[in-house]
Design a protein around this ligand. Structure first.
Ligand SMILES: NC(=O)c1ccc[n+]([C@@H]2O[C@H](COP(=O)([O-])OP(=O)(O)OC[C@H]3O[C@@H](n4cnc5c(N)ncnc54)[C@H](OP(=O)(O)O)[C@@H]3O)[C@@H](O)[C@H]2O)c1
Length: 259
């Protein structure tokens, strides 16, 4: 019974998923989860070697088809080309996970340069926009698809020295909501996954510092950062969610946003 229920609700056999930033951190955790549920996966980030290596491990570990592609999400021509290649290789794209992101240069607003702002908005917001637009064009033609945008609790709360990051992640939430509205008639669900603090390469230096440890104690009611495995069930849910669930923000944050 349990197996049948899982198969009916959560199996991704025969589905194809694209995961940007999919060879490490949160993106890799989600890519492995979707592959474990049966999806073929395409990992895309700037590091071709990183994507190829993890794609190969996923293929051997879960017996699904898996490819790695070099793609700069800031460059819409690169995005369109790579998404077309993935579509041609797999014949369809059922699921998109936008996980590519950067914390940007952490500085107070008065010290931020134009370039500091451009970089973080370009990767986190424009990148999510470019990839979603490219993939959604294929999804619309098939009247089916799920898009999961990895935003952050900082799309809702705020933190000093993080103006660009907070604004970019809030923009991702708004993009999620607008695309959910625009694409619902084409049976495409667009939702945002908003993690609190999880230990990855993006923030390891900070959370291992005294300042980081102090911040965790002070700000997170559970007094700890998240473990990447704690994102798996929500990622699988958002990849299989019913049509009625769209435009939502799902927070996984140890109580951070309610404190
Ligand atoms: N870790 C956390 O606590 C946390 C909390 C909330 C939200 N998030 C969000 O979760 C997502 C993943 O973060 P993470 O912690 O897993 O970080 P991570 O380990 O540093 O991974 C970031 C990924 O994004 C890719 N990337 C960066 N710039 C790119 C670009 N221009 N084009 C294509 N890919 C690019 C990186 O690959 P390349 O450098 O090879 O391109 C890498 O694969 C981000 O959107 C982040 O903002 C993280």
């Amino acid at each position: 019974m349990a197996d049948e229920l899982f198969e009916k609700l959560f199996s991704l056999k025969g589905k194809t998923a694209v995961i940007t930033g999919g060879y490490r951190g949160i993106g890799l955790t989600i890519a492995r989860t979707l592959a474990e549920a049966g999806a073929d996966v395409a990992l895309a980030a700037r590091s071709l070697s990183g994507c190829l290596a993890q794609a190969d491990r996923i293929k051997r570990g879960y017996g699904v088809r898996s490819v790695g592609k070099s793609m700069d999400v800031c460059d819409s021509m690169s995005v369109d080309k790579v998404i077309r290649e993935i579509y041609d290789e797999f014949g369809k794209i059922d699921i998109l996970v936008n996980s590519a992101g950067t914390p940007g240069n952490e500085k107070p607003v008065l010290k931020m340069s134009d370039e500091d702002l451009d970089e973080v908005m370009s990767v986190n917001f424009r990148g999510t926009f470019f990839v979603s637009r490219a993939v959604a064009r294929f999804m619309v033609a098939r009247k089916s698809g799920k898009i999961i945008n990895v935003s952050s609790i900082l799309g809702k709360t705020s933190a000093r020295n993080m103006a660009g990051y907070c604004a970019s992640k809030a923009a991702v939430i708004q993009l999620t909501r607008v695309m959910a509205l625009e694409l619902m008639r084409d049976n495409i669900q667009v939702n945002a996954l908003c993690p609190g603090y999880f230990l990855t390469d993006l923030n390891r230096d900070f959370f291992e510092s005294d300042a980081g440890k102090g911040m965790v104690k002070k700000m997170i009611p559970m007094n700890r950062v998240g473990q990447l495995d704690e994102l798996k069930s929500t990622a699988l849910y958002l990849a299989t969610c019913p049509p009625f669930m769209t435009g939502a923000e799902v927070y996984i944050d140890g109580g951070h946003t309610i404190a």
